[in-house]
Design a binder for this molecule. Structure first.
Ligand code: 13P
Length: 254
């Protein structure tokens, strides 16, 4: 299974900026390894970027969606709209959605089911915050998030889901010097997640589930993180905003 390297641009870039990123990124990532690459820009850029990605292996993802197909939900975007525009992936349950916009596991579970029903591949984010980690609640938090968010999702569907372990304390929030989790701490989290997936489904399913790491992944640490046995890729925020630094991470995903 190739590693998955996904860019989460969060609320960054204008159309003009995104065009020059994609043009440069396409050039420098030609023939650089076999990672699966996904770009998840803000909604306003999806259409333009889809056009630019024609004849390229780079895939398109959104950062969020509503679970309904259509209706009176001011300001929301539906899975039908994402499919129509050409998204293959959708990030769900990001900690910024959970913390700033009060999304809970119940809602994220509904979104995950809806995405699967529409043929979108969820990148399901989980992870503990600093206080939970300090209080030795990491495993409890991760296990609860997984159990709740994967409720009523069967074994065949889990194959379409990528789990992103994003310890909230490791997320840069735009600070390029912010510290990532150590490779050992990240690996421990990933191993634990795989064990829970095995408990919820079975060993074979757990082996095949892609679990990617997010939280200050950058060119300086990507290689060592991605070399860990249970780290199957990365969800990259700040370091994905520049084509060269995102390409460097893709290169590290051998
Ligand atoms: P950073 O890479 O900026 O820490 O962001 C990680 C993240 O939140 C990706 O979803």
């Amino acid at each position: 299974m190739p590693k998955l390297i996904a860019a989460n641009w969060k609320m960054n870039k204008t159309i003009k900026e995104s065009i020059s990123f994609i043009e440069e990124f396409k050039k420098i990532t030609k023939n650089i390894g076999n990672a699966e690459i996904v770009v998840c820009p803000p909604f306003t850029l999806l259409h333009e970027i889809k056009k630019l990605l024609k004849n390229s292996d780079i895939k398109l993802g959104a950062q969020n969606m509503h679970f309904e197909d259509a209706g009176a939900y001011t300001g929301e975007i539906s899975p039908l709209m994402l499919k129509e525009i050409g998204c293959e992936y959708v990030i769900l349950g990001h900690s910024e959605r959970r913390e700033i916009f009060n999304e809970d596991d119940f809602l994220i579970n509904k979104k995950t089911i809806s995405a699967l029903n529409h043929g979108l591949k969820p990148i399901l984010c989980i992870g503990e915050n600093l206080e939970q980690r300090k209080n030795a609640k990491t495993e409890e938090v991760i296990e609860n998030q997984l159990r709740n968010c994967l409720k009523n999702i069967d074994k065949n569907q889990i194959a379409e889901i990528t789990i992103a372990y994003e310890p909230v304390w490791a997320i840069s929030r735009g600070d390029p010097n912010h510290r990532a989790a150590t490779k050992e701490d990240a690996e421990e989290g990933h191993q634990f997640i795989r064990n829970i997936v095995a408990a919820l489904y079975d060993e074979n399913t757990a082996e095949k589930t892609r679990i990617i790491y997010g939280g200050s992944m950058k060119p300086e640490n990507a290689k060592e993180l991605l070399a860990m046995p249970n780290i199957d890729g990365g969800l990259v925020g700040n370091a994905s905003l520049k084509a060269e630094s995102f390409a460097e991470i893709v290169r590290a995903a051998k």
